[in-house]
Design a protein around this ligand. Sequence first.
Ligand SMILES: [Zn+2]
Length: 154
Amino acid sequence: MYCKNCGAQLPDNAVFCTECGAQQAAPKPQPQPKQQPTYQQPQQPVYQQPVYQQPQYTPVVATPDAGPIFVTGLLSLIFAGLVGLILAIVNKKKVKEYTATGAQLTGKAKAGSILGNLGLVFSIIALVTIVIYFFVIIIGLIAGGTYASSYYDW
Ligand SMILES: [Zn+2]
């Protein structure tokens, strides 16, 4: 803004001129929003037409990957024994995770689950067999050892 008296350049909000001291226009009062009594039309009940929503088929959950179930199940059977037992336990966990999502245990997942069960059974059989086998060897060594010593004694 410029001074009304001398024309000197002044800050926009100057009340007095810095050059001549003339009073400038009083700062504009903040325009008060007029509080007009507003007649509010009574809310008329609006008839809302019910919107027909076409039922959309959306699966509740995306089918989780059955791959881990199948792989662990198959490997538990192949490596029946201690490794197979661990894999079978992992397989059981994967099956649990799979069914926890609400997905049906079908197809590849079911096949993997069955393989995991077989892997578990065969692993237990294999481990029991190994334990029995070692017992037999130990007993055989003890018995054979005494036999051998008695044999070689003379
Ligand atoms: Zn001035």
